[in-house]
Design a protein around this ligand. Structure first.
Ligand code: THU
Length: 137
């Protein structure tokens, strides 16, 4: 996986994602996740995972943040941070990788845990040979 240097704004996103993780609604898995993204116009938007008694309806923190951005009229993500309480850093699930690609393309994804461990990975490494709108033309 490509390893990129963390930038100052990355820490801000990690802090936001860590804070919003507290709002996670995860009574079934007890696995709380926070995400925070920056849009191309510099807005920062957060999201936490939201589970359902009908388990399959669960939405990950990354998609909650992206849906919030889209509903605010934002269409382009510059980077996104994901925070969970795991020793090995938690990456976005497969579904979220597709959605991050959709609105960000090959952007950096900042992974972090609660102990200050961080890693920056590129979307092209998380989702090689992605399907996207270019195939629909
Ligand atoms: N989850 C996320 O919110 N983001 C991830 O990157 C991985 C998984 C959530 C979904 C579910 O609420 C819980 O974590 C366990 O899968």
């Amino acid at each position: 996986m490509a390893q990129e240097v963390m930038k100052h704004a990355d820490q801000e996103l990690i802090d936001m994602a860590t804070a919003v993780r507290e709002n996670a609604y995860a009574p079934f898995s007890n696995f709380r996740v926070g995400a925070a993204l920056e849009t191309d116009d510099g807005d920062m938007i957060d999201g936490c995972n939201v589970e359902s008694a009908s388990y399959g309806l669960t939405v990950c923190a990354e998609r909650v943040a992206i849906w919030k951005a889209i509903s605010q009229g934002k269409r382009k993500i510059k980077h996104i941070a994901v925070v969970a309480d795991t020793e090995e850093l938690t990456p976005p699930c497969g579904v979220c990788r597709q959605i991050i690609w959709e609105f960000g393309g090959d952007i950096p994804v900042i992974l972090a845990n609660l102990k200050g461990k961080t890693e920056v990975v590129q979307m092209r490494d998380l989702l090689p040979r992605a399907f996207d709108t270019k195939f629909l033309k």
